[in-house]
Write a protein that binds this ligand. Sequence first.
Ligand SMILES: [Cu+2]
Length: 159
Amino acid sequence: MHSHHLHQPKLTILTCGPNYSSQSSSLSMAMAQGSGSAGQKASVYLLAMVLCIMLFASSGTQAATYVVGGPAGWTFNTNSWPNGKRFRAGDVLIFNYDPKMHNVVLVDRAGYSRCTTPRGARVLQSGKDKIKLGKGQNYFICSIPGHCDSGMKIAITAA
Ligand SMILES: [Cu+2]
């Protein structure tokens, strides 16, 4: 068991991603123990490669990008837009709107439900704002008077 320094190069060959180093090292341990014929080693290596590829494919968790409100953009009655969508931390929201009419304010739960802006809240007003979702609850409103009350607000839960 303590001769794995011999097999160190295989570890780097088998590492197919930062998340899979534990699987990779256990695979190389299996290889270390099965010191049979060259053919056996090759098939174990092939199996390891296939497993790596399968793990990589099933992990398909690339960050998604969403245009808030769809083609209509960030406007009134956008509060139902998140319904039925599955968001993940790291996904990016794009808020498209006329900066002369609207803004985007990052608020908390109370700010969302009462349409109030917490002290020190981040206000975005470029008209093309990109925001990366954090894990858990994310709340956004437009703080122009009356707009949030007209549904210019969204609450998003990111897994
Ligand atoms: Cu507005």
